[in-house]
Design a protein around this ligand. Sequence first.
Ligand code: G6P
Length: 606
Amino acid sequence: MCGIAGVISLGDIAERLVQCIHNLEYRGYDSCGVAMVNGSPHIHVRKNIGAVAEVSEKERFSSLAGHTGIAHTRWATHGKVTRENAHPHSSCAADFSVTHNGIISNHERLRARLTRDGHKFLSETDTEVIVHLVEDYFMKSMSVEKAFVAAIRELEGTYAVAMISSHEPDRIFCVRKESPLIIGLGTDANYVASDFNAFVDHTKKAVFIEDGEYAVVAHDSHSIKSIATGEAVCREVLELPWDSEMAQKGGFPHYMLKEIYEQPTVVNSALDIDEAKIENLARLTVEKNLVLTGVGTTFYITQFAQYMFSIYGGATPLALSSDEFRHLARMNKDSLVLAVSQSGETYDTLTALRVAKNQRASTAAIVNVMGSSMARTVDSLILQGSGPEICVLSTKAALSQMIILTRVALEAGVLRGTITRKEANARIKDLRAIPDAIERTLNEKSGFIHTIAKAQSHINHWLFLGRERYYPVARESALKMKEVSYVHAEGMPSGFLKHGTIALIDEKMNSVVFMPPKEQKELYDLSMSSVEEIRARGGYILGIMLEEKGKPPGVFSDVITLPKAPSFVAPYLQMVAAQLLSYFTAVTLKRNIDRPRSLAKSVTVA
Ligand code: G6P
């Protein structure tokens, strides 16, 4: 993954450049660096390991003079986390510098050839071959643009690259293939970046570059050309829907908490998505053989949708984790692959869509980021409109995806005749109770959930259990706990527990059970059997359930009682409660909440 950025202006840009990679830090944060041209034949590079704020201060990024620069924040793939491997990387003569996101798959071959030709490599990265290759071609053509294009034509793999050269100090050269890159058009500067969070503080005007195109960006103009033919390409300038305040913490200690608190609004946005769009997608799911795909959180959201389609939509679709999609899926022209992704850039999910297209399947996606690769790849698109999600962990975007997919499943049920329009409307009305119930959960239950998290923070192993639609909620909640608190957590069907895992239950293994409401009698009773099984072995059990008549059963060690709400909305509210449990556990354990170790928000590599 990694975040790349570039700024070009008439005045000094160092501070803005640092701000850009700071805004992109959720894409990777093990090391970072900047490169600047400033009149000297040598490009100035400063870089080191650590987060942007720390390295920027230590290496005095902001004191670099210059009006054309590139910067990078890294999530290591090729080569360890060292200063040498941090980007930008420069040519032997230090007249070219590049930053890169992606993987150059033929880097070993290129490195061997360039080394034979006398180039000296300073890092273990795949990226460094790009800059030496450009340098090599420049010596032949003495044209930066020609050298850039010639080098790109030799690259295999995936890449978004931004390059500066002291031979053309008023230009940034950039290119993308399967890794995101976007140009921002400001009033006194232009930008290139992995995504628009980088420059949203300065401009909302953006131009998207497509695969197979490169761009040359100046402070007041830009041109996009085809790599194959060199012909100019005309691209529309888009106005981005998010503004910079939306990406600020707004008084919250962490983005994660802010985004959890934004969920009432986000649910309303998901419910306000045009009915015609939902209907179109639902119609496609009925006409075709539906396969749902996503990865990480979004895989669990597709699993939740699988239950909703099965229970209400009249057919059980496949739900495949997108990293395994190509190994498992066999598509044809009657298939519809519906991808779910917050970023719209996740490599595994994009690859699943490409595999589907190659097998002549129709494609659709639910994504949060306008103009993202998935948004531009699929035949049918629903934009979530959840606003920027900055914390590496997905909370509000995931809940929004659950709501949208529920709407599609209900509509599919109406189209198939498995449920009546009246019933579908009644369930939608239920969903409208969620924002208020979340507000009440946040206001009335946060303190209690915080207390439980603190009291149980010495526990290193958790099981998250649920049946039917509560099962994917359990898995997603376990993932949240792992991601943010680094505590081991496993999500599984509660019925599965007795088939082996129950051997682990003791006073050191906590369980969380996502209880169905009592009116789902069979499900409730089955879930209670699992609770009893844990209880009998002396394990701690936290129940998460809606407030109902009578006291919660005494077998639970603790119970998070959620506000009275229609039983249909229980899983959505339980997910919010579990988000808080993970959040407060991580706070107690003093974890890096918004940027947990080893993670990145958008994993754009295989
Ligand atoms: C990364 C993140 C996960 C996220 C997954 C899918 O692995 O660490 O939290 O769920 O990507 O991201 P997407 O943007 O496709 O929803």
